[in-house]
Design a protein around this ligand. Structure first.
Ligand code: KMH
Ligand code: ZN
Length: 308
């Protein structure tokens, strides 16, 4: 089987700082954590920024610039910039970092959903920052909007800037949304799919959920027309990683989606999560791909073509 591309998703927007003291949130902490994750074996780092004063999600280019320039200077890792943004932003605002930085990859969310974070409210009664409980509470009634009009914008900016999308599939209907974009010739083969499993509002984390998504993707696109990876939300991250390793898929780990190294034990860093993924990959005879190998497998434009 092909080498496995390990992606590390460093900080995200769904994990709030009170949930773990190990969540990086200043640009310096995010960059350092990504560099450690790359040294531990991650070929791709998936990057969000946060406001340095209080850790709330930020899409501001001035918060992204020091992160991506530092990672680029210190590693060869492929940098994938989120277009997930924050709840109040338009897709134009969320995707503005794509033409700004022209990264090798960016995220591309494939459907609208009620992205529920509110169960985390039960885990704490005191919060480090006042925005955190409000943010979790409002998710009960929050639709993460990714409409067909939004897709058109993302298809345009990714094509115009030669940025390969990490196509995030949270449920089976999202594969049908993608099939429509393929039919309309808005997305190019080969594609890279990220099955994002276990978000409240999307598909679960059972083995058959993953085999079903992969089977549907094979039927809709043809197995030769896409590469794929899986990220589980919560501790299921590693169960799903093991299944993906056996099925020939790639793997994403990181504090963005999972704060535990094993049940009930907080991961102390992204590197620790990547190290566990490397150990599992080695056990299943899937050697981790280097960033250069990941670029070849995914057909990326190369580190010298980015704008930072
Ligand atoms: N953390 C995932 C559940 C994005 O960056 O565009 C969502 C995500 C979204 O990765
Ligand atoms: Zn993300």
């Amino acid at each position: 089987m092909e080498k496995v591309i390990i992606t590390a998703a460093i900080t995200g927007a769904a994990t709030v700082p009170t949930l773990t003291p190990y969540l990086p949130h200043t640009p310096k902490e995010i960059a350092e954590s990504a560099i450690e994750a790359a040294k531990a074996g991650a070929a791709i780092v998936h990057i969000h920024a946060r406001h340095p004063d209080h850790g709330a999600p930020s899409a501001a280019p001035e918060h992204f610039r020091p992160i991506v320039t530092e990672i680029k200077a210190k590693t060869d890792a492929v940098i994938c910039i989120t277009t997930g943004g924050s709840p109040t932003m338009t897709v134009q605002e969320r995707a503005a970092n794509v033409p700004e930085f022209k990264p090798e990859m960016c995220s591309f969310n494939l459907g609208s959903m009620n992205f529920g974070l509110h169960p985390a409210l039960k885990r704490h009664s005191h919060w480090r920052y006042p925005w955190e409980p409000q943010y979790l509470e409002m998710s009960k009634d929050f639709v993460f909007k990714n409409t067909f009009l939004d897709f058109e914008h993302l298809c345009r900016v990714t094509r115009e800037n030669n940025v390969k999308p990490e196509l995030e599939v949270y449920d089976v209907g999202h594969l049908y949304n993608l099939a429509f974009l393929v039919q309309e010739k808005r997305v190019d083969f080969p594609m890279h799919l990220q099955f994002v499993m276990g978000v409240l509002g999307g598909i679960g984390t059972m083995p058959e959920d993953l085999t079903f998504l992969k089977h549907k993707a094979d039927l809709l696109f043809g197995p030769k027309n896409f590469t794929w990876s899986v990220v589980g939300v919560g501790i299921a991250q590693f169960n799903l990683a093991v299944i993906s390793l056996q099925m020939g898929g790639h793997v994403r780990v990181g504090l963005e989606d999972n704060i535990y190294i094993k049940k009930g034990v907080l991961a102390k860093s992204n590197a620790e999560l990547v190290e566990r993924a490397v150990r599992l990959a080695t056990e299943f005879d899937r050697e981790p791909a280097t960033p250069e190998e990941a670029r070849r497998i995914l057909g990326l434009k190369g580190k010298d073509k980015v704008n930072f």
